[in-house]
Ligand binder design. Structure first.
Ligand code: ZN
Length: 282
């Protein structure tokens, strides 16, 4: 960030004295009141004061920093979702996180960490989560790296010749996108891996549906588009595991803004901070 901002300032592509509002989304929990990143202990970003850094770089700008899923949910709310005031935006990539819109506002919880749904336990005997140290977290079981790990196992044990040849072509590694590509050719093992991932995400979402009764769930992130089986498995699991009355008017869809959600959310959040002094409004 510092290199990027420094370069832009040096080339005078941005002028600090003219900037009005800066919105930043980061892929980690953020303590919203202070703008501190809550990264895993010992990482370079642990409690990094990104809001202070941006405020020093742009002294006259209003700076607002939030978790990326919150920012994207807010972008959808402001630019694409007109008919629902209570919804969940879930981002599935290397991790899994959610932005919660409650009564037309971002719900951040008591200290800003609401929506850390990737750390809901789906299997107490599951692998240790590298981010929080607990066993069987949803993101350790179902996000991109878990999908890739299962694909490597399937390739190494001879269950999927397609994955094995892809892995050989890639020098011994596989990604979630490779699993999606193999599934698109009809590879049963890859389809099963994607379906298992969708089922686990859907079961966790069913708990959220029972708790929160949203009208819409938006699915986003780099792994969300690896195949139609992911969304269909999420839908099946949510419908099967939620209270029937809470799913009567529930829609589960892909993100409406796609990659634009983060940009729209950051702009909207920063501008609202400029015009609304009461933080509780946004
Ligand atoms: Zn975890």
């Amino acid at each position: 960030v510092s290199t990027l901002v420094g370069d832009l300032l040096e080339r005078r592509e941005i002028l600090p004295e003219q900037l009005y509002a800066v919105g930043v989304g980061v892929p980690a929990p953020v303590e919203f009141a202070t703008g501190l990143i809550s990264a895993p202990p010992m990482s370079d970003w642990e409690t990094y004061p990104i809001q202070d850094f941006m405020s020093r770089a742009f002294p006259v700008a209003v700076v607002v920093v939030d978790n990326d899923a919150n920012i994207m949910a807010f972008g959808e709310l402001r630019a694409a979702v007109e008919d629902v005031n209570n919804f969940i935006f879930i981002k599935i990539g290397t991790g899994i996180g959610a932005g919660i819109i409650c009564d037309g506002k971002v719900y951040r919880g008591n200290s800003g960490f609401a929506g850390e749904v990737g750390h809901i336990c789906v299997d107490p005997n599951g692998p240790v989560c590298p981010r929080c140290g607990n066993a069987g977290c949803l993101e350790a079981m179902a996000a991109g790296p878990a999908i890739a790990r299962r694909a490597v196992e399937a390739a190494q044990t001879g269950q999927s010749p397609i994955l094995a040849s892809q892995m050989e072509a890639r020098g011994g590694v596989l990604t979630a996108e490779d699993v999606g590509a193999a599934a698109a050719t009809g590879d049963r093992v890859s389809i099963r891996i994607i379906r298992d991932s969708g089922r686990m995400i859907g079961e966790a979402l069913a708990g959220m549906v029972n708790f929160f009764n949203p009208g819409l769930i938006l699915i986003s992130g780099g792994v969300s588009n690896i195949g139609p089986q992911l969304l269909s498995s999420i839908r099946q699991a949510v419908l099967r595991r939620s209270h029937p009355r809470s799913t009567e008017n529930l829609r589960i869809e892909y993100s409406r803004l796609g990659p634009e959600a983060g940009v729209m959310g950051a702009i909207s959040l920063a501008l609202e901070r400029v015009f609304v002094t009461d933080d509780t409004r946004i």
